[in-house]
Design a protein around this ligand. Structure first.
Ligand SMILES: Cc1ncc(COP(=O)(O)O)c(C=O)c1O
Length: 391
């Protein structure tokens, strides 16, 4: 065996402890196995660097076009103009950071009399941890709004406790991490528009689910730029967009807002001297993969994957109810939360873990995410294993 083979072999040993999505046993993650075509395109073009459009103008153009596809899905109001409406970034965390960084700087720029020490981001307790990280990085306060009994942002509570003059941004989630719950974005949009407050929608998960509901005969969920208060949206292509990691996106209603985070780098080729992203050097792989995958599948193709995930969610829900567990809410998407998690449930989970099933238990809620890699036959094996692991 040559040295390269030996090294590879030793790496394989480490990696054998990892559980890959294609096994169908990962029921805990919002990521998934990329679509084979997306992976093929990603591998072909991953060396292109979006941070240096002077060298890679083709990749930059494809990124711009891919963002416009997303803009169309989200009813972006200004697509007739030829501008770049956002960025591909590393994932939901960086997308949220980019949006809120822009909002914070816009808030500061809006008036010289702003009291910086009062700057606040407002988000529900159910918002993703990346919002807390962002508030910490931007050095602004985070006001955590309680959730209602439906596990969504309590708008009435917010109205009683917030002075809109100090609000840098409100964050609504379209598909919470724990339960897939959808915050009352229409109401938050009205409040935001009335008070000139930035409303950011974290649709890291829901962004590639909710736009397809009308095609599936489900009612439209309003979460995007159709709501006038919404100024920015996060949506991850490495989640339901079925593209390889790292693939997050952030899109802005008014791309002019990006001027608030624009910096100049004199050392790059002239085309690349302007940057409005946190990272500089970054792969164009996911942007090009998404561009290609959308051409291949179209709206109908994405919708049919969403349909399959939702059907599987329903099957698992019914089966778990028969096993004595209760859904915390009627699942709005492909995420299921159950209660109660008894000592017996914990024992079952441990045994299932030994059989390589990956399921999360968070804050007393048993949580399943039914991503495209989970097929019906995986669910059937899971249910058999659950019974075998029960006392
Ligand atoms: C709603 C939501 N926002 C943001 C994120 C962060 O995404 P990432 O892990 O890609 O940074 C997640 C991750 O699951 C999420 O569920």
């Amino acid at each position: 065996m040559g040295l390269e083979e030996e090294i590879l072999d030793s790496l394989e040993k480490y990696m054998s402890t990892d559980v890959y999505y294609e096994e169908g046993r990962v029921l805990s993650s919002t990521c998934t196995n990329p679509h084979p075509f997306a992976l093929r395109v990603f591998r072909r073009f991953q060396l292109a660097n979006l941070g240096d459009p002077g060298l890679f103008p083709g990749a930059k153009l494809l990124e711009k076009q891919a963002l416009r596809i997303i803009g169309e899905l989200f009813h972006h109001p200004h697509l007739e103009q030829d501008h770049q409406i956002g960025h591909f970034v590393t994932g939901g965390t960086e997308a949220n950071l980019t949006a809120l960084w822009t909002a914070r700087n816009r808030w500061l720029a809006a008036s010289k009399t702003r009291d910086r020490s009062k700057a606040t981001i407002v988000a529900a307790e159910s918002a993703h941890l990346s919002i807390e990280k962002t508030a910490n990085m931007l050095n602004v306060s985070l006001l955590k709004v309680p959730v209602t009994e439906d596990h969504v942002f309590d708008v009435d509570w917010m109205m009683e406790h917030v002075d809109p003059r100090n609000v840098v941004a409100i964050v609504a989630t379209a598909g919470t991490t724990l339960l897939g719950a959808i915050d009352p974005i229409r109401e938050l949009s009205e409040y935001s528009a009335d008070n000139d407050v930035w409303l950011h929608v974290d649709a890291a998960i829901g962004g590639f689910i909710l736009p397809f509901y009308p095609l599936l005969g489900r009612g439209e969920v309003l979460f995007d730029f159709q709501l006038e208060g919404v100024r920015s949206i996060t949506a991850d292509v490495h989640k339901m967009g079925m593209c390889p990691v790292p693939g997050g996106t952030v899109v802005f209603r008014d791309p002019e807002d990006l001027k608030h985070i624009t910096f100049y780098l004199p050392y790059l080729l002239p085309e690349a001297r302007v940057q409005s992203t946190m990272t500089g050097t970054r792969t164009a792989g996911a942007a090009i993969a998404f561009h290609a995958l959308y051409q291949l599948l179209g709206r109908e193709g994405f919708a049919s994957t969403v349909k399959e995930c939702l059907e599987n969610t329903n099957v698992l829900k019914e089966q778990m109810i028969q096993k004595g567990l209760n859904p915390v809410i009627e699942p709005p998407m492909n995420i299921l939360g159950f209660q109660p998690v008894t000592e017996n449930t914990k024992r079952i989970l441990k045994r299932l873990h030994d059989r390589r099933w990956r399921i999360s238990e968070v804050k007393g809620i048993l949580r399943f995410v039914l991503m495209p890699h989970v097929k019906r036959h995986h669910l059937i094996s899971f249910l058999v294993d659950w019974d075998e692991c029960s006392d």
